[in-house]
Design a protein around this ligand. Structure first.
Ligand SMILES: Cc1cc2nc3c(=O)[nH]c(=O)nc-3n(C[C@H](O)[C@H](O)[C@H](O)COP(=O)(O)O)c2cc1C
Length: 190
């Protein structure tokens, strides 16, 4: 029987706690309707057997690509540990209640930043961004609500590959492929 790749992920993420910063940072690859890829870093903000969750502006470039092509790939690379995890799968928006709960956990500055940033759109000068931030700071003197254009996405993995460094570049790759509710496991040449 295959190991549970989510349990392996948990173990490796916990062991990555000593990385210099952001062990939950992951590269997110999307592609537009013509299959042209783009890539950027995001932070993992939740994961369970349903998938891996990140939060962003739903009017950003990545969001536009996900609307056109709701598939993504994630990559974790923990340099100090010489380990990599690749995840691929279909993407869906998380429920508003889930986005609300995460937004509520953010600090005030991060909340206001989500309002102030027209993410991925041209900005004439930094002062414009700072003025927008100040305007939202004044508008929301108490609680800062979640912007309607900001929320989470979940990548439901169909493929999880874990890679670890071994001496002499004889590295070790394990590929987990979703089959129904379970997983099949195999090795790949490194
Ligand atoms: C370590 C790191 C973590 C980041 N985390 C996020 C994130 O969780 N959500 C987000 O929207 N952008 C995050 N960013 C910024 C994105 O990489 C990117 O610049 C932004 O989301 C716009 O991407 P887009 O134009 O492709 O939509 C992060 C950047 C770095 C370097």
């Amino acid at each position: 029987m295959a190991d549970d790749p989510f349990a392996l992920f948990d173990t490796w993420l916990a062991e990555a706690a000593g990385e210099p910063n952001d062990p939950g940072a992951m590269a997110l690859a999307t592609a537009d309707a013509d299959g042209r890829p783009s890539l950027r870093m995001v932070l993992l903000k939740g994961h369970d057997s349903r998938g891996f969750v990140f939060y962003t502006n739903r009017e950003s470039r990545k969001a536009g690509e996900l609307a056109a092509n709701p598939n993504a790939a994630l990559l974790f690379h923990w340099k100090s540990l010489r380990r990599q995890i690749r995840i691929e799968g279909a993407v869906s928006q998380v429920l508003d209640t889930e986005s609300d709960a995460y937004f509520e956990s953010r600090g005030r500055a991060s909340k206001l930043g989500a309002w102030a940033s027209d993410q991925s759109r041209p900005l004439d000068e930094r002062a414009t961004f700072e003025a927008r931030y100040a305007a939202f700071d004044a508008r929301f003197s108490g609680d800062v609500p979640r912007p309607p254009h900001w929320g989470g996405y979940r990548v439901a993995p169909e493929r999880i590959e874990i890679w670890e460094d071994r001496p002499g570049r004889l590295h070790h790759r394990r590929l987990f492929t979703r089959i129904g509710d379970g997983w099949s496991e195999g090795l790949l040449f490194p």
